[in-house]
Design a protein around this ligand. Structure first.
Ligand code: FAD
Length: 396
């Protein structure tokens, strides 16, 4: 089978390695001429760590990460809303706070070490059935014909658009300005900190590898340019009152970068025609806001499940249907949670802050609730009663 993986991001690089290890003929097609280890800090949950472990990359990632085992969410007046430790669930694996670039560099190296063909500087515009398979389209003509094209091209996926499977694809009105700062004393220790003023402002602080920390500042997407134009001193004046003991990190910010989020739902993440197929993985299949810090873990779980389904089912259609079945409940749980959380944390629905601030501390005292929240954070929940597990590989 000739497989094209469109996008050398988290899901694409992982899938390419897994397929190459099984001897599949795989080519990666990436729009960037020179993909670099860039991006904000990410919070990598236990589910994603399990997939990296299967690729033999987890120890190397751990060496560049910080364990994040506590969450502290409070209001601008200093009132604690959520104080949660991963130890609420015995044996729970803490998240890793890591620079996205560190994870990318490891995955990129794994792709190179396997000798996988990577075609850089090729912005894909879509896929279409042609005699003998599926053509990968670009503005300058077709970029080869394949039996399977995997759209790992992120939240604005062009592969998704050309497949005609979109049910919902809309940008959130809020995003974030972010920065990574040196934190040599590791002030942020092992804690994810968020401080909220109503629903319109929040500051997030995330340990990001050794001696570094990421800051996130929630802002309306349409106001981002204005906030940036007003300059860092004005931003620091707004952010400092929310920073508490992290004020020195706010002062250390020397530039801010914008990030926006989308909410994407697809009907069926695959299509086949005449024995060839296209399928979506990661943000291309289910972009969501990063409130729960599970986007990367979900992309890695998709990659593992697709690789497993292709190994277990000789017929492509059966394999893609098995992939969809295997991912549906898990993805839906996280889509549902992030959609519920977004208006409460980042929206113009300011009155929601009142019940949130009044109820959250009490809800957290209900027996069982901290455990449910931690297991949701771990990235493997499907329902309050059941967990999602990585399928065990069984070759057909
Ligand atoms: C500010 C912010 C904070 C986040 N924090 C977290 C977090 O704490 N924890 C977490 O787990 N997740 C987090 N996420 C989400 C996480 O980054 C994504 O869910 C994850 O990267 C998805 O992986 P992916 O492989 O689907 O897409 P990506 O990693 O985005 O990769 C997509 C790749 O496709 C390429 N591409 C795009 N279009 C084309 C095209 N037309 N042709 C060819 N190539 C193309 C891109 O260049 C890129 O290399 C965050 C996201 C943002 C924006």
């Amino acid at each position: 089978m000739r497989v094209a993986v469109v996008g050398l991001g988290m899901g694409g690089a992982t899938l390419a390695c897994l397929l190459a290890d099984r001897g599949v003929d795989v080519t990666v097609v990436e729009q960037e001429e020179d993909p670099r280890p860039v991006g904000a800090g990410i919070w990598l949950q236990a589910m994603g760590q399990q997939v990296l472990d299967r690729l033999g990359l987890l120890d190397a990632l751990r060496a560049e990460s910080r364990a994040v085992s506590r969450v502290d969410i409070r209001t601008a007046t200093g009132r604690p809303l959520v104080r949660l430790g991963y130890d609420a669930v015995p044996g729970a694996t803490p998240a890793l706070g890591v620079h996205r670039g560190a994870l990318f560099a490891l995955l990129h190296r794994a792709v190179r070490e396997r000798g996988i063909g990577v075609d850089l500087g090729v912005p894909v515009t879509g896929v279409r059935p042609v005699p003998g398979g599926l053509a990968v389209e670009t503005a300058h003509g077709d970029h080869g014909t394949f039996d399977l094209v995997v759209g790992c091209d992120g939240s604005r996926s062009r592969v998704r658009r050309s497949m005609g499977v979109v049910v919902r694809d809309h940008p959130y009105g809020y995003g974030a300005l972010w920065a990574i700062v040196d934190d040599p004393g590791e002030l942020a220790a092992d804690e994810l900190y968020q401080c909220l003023r109503g629903t319109r402002q929040y500051l997030g602080v995330l340990p990001t590898g050794l001696g570094r920390t990421s800051l996130f500042w929630s802002v309306r997407t349409r106001d981002m340019t204005d906030v940036l134009a007003r300059g860092l001193p004005a931003w620091r004046d707004a952010a400092r009152p929310l920073a508490g003991r992290y004020a020195p990190l706010v002062d250390a910010v020397d530039h801010l970068l914008p990030a926006s989020y989308r909410d994407v739902v697809v009907r069926t993440p695959w299509r086949t025609a005449d024995g060839a197929g296209a399928v979506l993985v990661g943000d291309a299949a289910h972009a969501m806001s990063p409130q729960l810090g599970t986007g990367t873990s979900l992309a890695l779980a998709d990659a593992w499940t697709l690789h497993h389904a292709l190994a277990a089912h000789p017929r492509l259609e059966e394999a893609l249907a098995a992939y969809e079945r295997g991912r549906r409940g898990h993805v839906r749980w996280y889509q549902w949670w992030t959609r519920l959380m977004m208006p409460v944390f980042q929206s113009d629905l300011a009155p929601l802050a009142l019940p949130r601030d009044a109820l959250a501390p009490w809800v957290l005292r209900v027996p069982g609730v901290p455990g449910q929240l931690v297991t949701t954070l771990l990235g493997d929940r499907v329902s309050p009663w059941s967990r999602w597990e990585l399928p065990v590989l069984r070759e057909a």
